[in-house]
Write a protein that binds this ligand. Sequence first.
Ligand SMILES: [Zn+2]
Length: 249
Amino acid sequence: MWGKTDSNISETFKRDKTGMKQRLKKISEHVWILPFDSPKDRPNLGYIKGETSALAVDAGHSSSHVEDFYKELEANGLPLPDMTVITHWHWDHTFGMHAVHGHTLALPETNRKLEELRKELLSDPGWGRHFLKSDPSVMRKYAGGVPLVIVPADEELPGGDRDIDLGGVTARILRTESPHTEDALLVLVPDDRVLFIGDAQQGEFPSWRMDYDKLYALGRKIREIDTELVVDGHWTVYRKRDFLDELGI
Ligand SMILES: [Zn+2]
């Protein structure tokens, strides 16, 4: 399986560098990803399909990101997700949430942060303009009048951990420590041995300060998880051993 996935990843890099449209990639029996797109600051979006329902990992950066994802699902004969799980509050993973199909789930801390941002957006028109100018990738993402809309998730996951039966395949949601944000969820597909980590291994934004105690706690947790693949939010699909080697764990 890895030989095949590796060649797919090479193609992903070519497209990402040339700014071509990202295509849905199947990475295991029940799991697909819409690959990341650096120029537009779009992270990898995950899709897990069971016999009875489908679950997406992260909502993406905007309604146009969601539209591109759903067009790819439709082109591949896959149903729209019934649920979307949010890995952490950052805009590139959550600001598409108002446009997703079905139910959305997040940690209570993620919702509190999104509610704060929503309040700022609604009370201060300058906040939205400031956000759009914060980075060229954000400007590119929202070019052409894509609306900036912030909503919290429909359902909160106190404690974080939950198994969701999709019919013949399970999505296991796991709370974790992370140096990136205080709200961090992992999504494991034990049947396929695929683990989505969002941006959990990155430093804090915007300083990129790294809390090594939290990084090692995350590394220990991932080491204990029985997975073959690790899907990073803004990079390739790794083998678990390669991923831990990069973390130095
Ligand atoms: Zn992030």
